[in-house]
Design a protein around this ligand. Sequence first.
Ligand SMILES: *[C@@H]1O[C@H](CO)[C@@H](O)[C@H](O)[C@H]1NC(C)=O
Ligand SMILES: *[C@@H]1O[C@H](CO)[C@@H](O)[C@H](O)[C@H]1NC(C)=O
Length: 421
Amino acid sequence: MMVKVKHWRSMCKGLVLGTFLTSCMILLYCLSMPQVHISLPMPVPYSCAHRPSHLNPRLTSNTSELSTSQTCSPKVDIMFMKTHKTASSTFLNILFRFGEKHRLKFAFPNGRNDFFYPSFFERSQVKDYSPGMCFNIICNHMRFNAPEVSKVLPMDTSYITILRDPAELFESAFHYFGRLAPFTWKILGDDKMSEFLFNTAHYFDPNGFNSFYLKNLLFFDFGFDNMLEVTDPQVAEGIKFISDRFHLVMLVEYFEESLILLKDALCWEIDDLVFFKLNARKGSTVSKLTPELRAKALEWNAIDWKLYQHFNKTFWTKVDSYGRQRMALDVAELRRRNEEMTKICIEDGQAVEAGRIHETAMQPWQPIGEKSIMGYNLKHNVDKANRKLCRKMLTPEIQYLTELGVNLWITKLWGHVRDII
Ligand SMILES: *[C@@H]1O[C@H](CO)[C@@H](O)[C@H](O)[C@H]1NC(C)=O
Ligand SMILES: *[C@@H]1O[C@H](CO)[C@@H](O)[C@H](O)[C@H]1NC(C)=O
């Protein structure tokens, strides 16, 4: 009997001790682990930027004289909706440099240089994304998806985009992406584009692979249905949506003016705006479109034409409130600085064909089966003060992305496959 009681007692003691030790272990484990993650309501409610300590003088008058009475601090949270064939590589270079200058965090894609375009953007496509994570800038190609985008950026992010005359854009897209849409393969003749434009009913297949590249590409990029009739109420709604969401819609045709408006909207400095035209096509300075073809292209891309006309109007309203003369002076100043940088950085002061670019680091990405995109040679004897800036300004998008830590294995693999073909 006594033995049994003793046995029970020791068992109870053991149990209590065991429970106590286990509790201690669990407590220790909890304390040593990082805090249990509670997923925060998105978007991130603050900016994670190193806020620059200085304030930029704010221009208040309509002359270019500085009025130092008012200051503002540069906006660093930016959503740039990168549309296709709209000089956006040139703009990306500006953004990359600005981001490096302020040590900002980019939301980049993973493995490639776009967010799985033409799929809609999803925040899970962002490299190193985890809930609650804070980014400053998102700027790679995507099919716009406002709710998802807003979840990776602070609430007061500035939304910026750029449009281009849809006839010129179509010409460029046809040249650059035409071969990616199989229904174009049956188009015969030297001038495939005009053959296509005059017989769209015959050649175009709305359900064909990659067909979106060849009709209302801008409207498609913003996430809307590019096959709608232009009179469909959804078109006007789409334009209104873009108008409400984006703080600034730039225009390729007025690129410098656009940058000045950007500087004004985001409180940047004029030094942030210097650029070289990247990714330019050989002989692209003059339009290849006859008036007749232009009319056809606009009719074919009627939604984009409506979109462009709307934002061309609002653009000039903005220029008017900025002051026409003040704008002219600022544009002249920007051009002067660009020319100055051209003299400092670029060998022979101009773009050259791909075959004449010495460094592979300066080779731009080429469309399939061609070498029509021009690039630059960096001067050999650039002084030390400008060497870094020159190199950055001339670095093509793909190389710059790599430098910023993006792994582009899918893009590069595709590049090798194309080279073999
Ligand atoms: C500047 O603005 C004033 C009114 O604020 C106007 O009278 C003047 O004509 C403007 N100057 C220029 C150069 O636009
Ligand atoms: C854009 O607006 C400007 C100023 O109103 C006008 O001169 C220009 O022709 C317009 N461009 C197009 C393509 O409609």
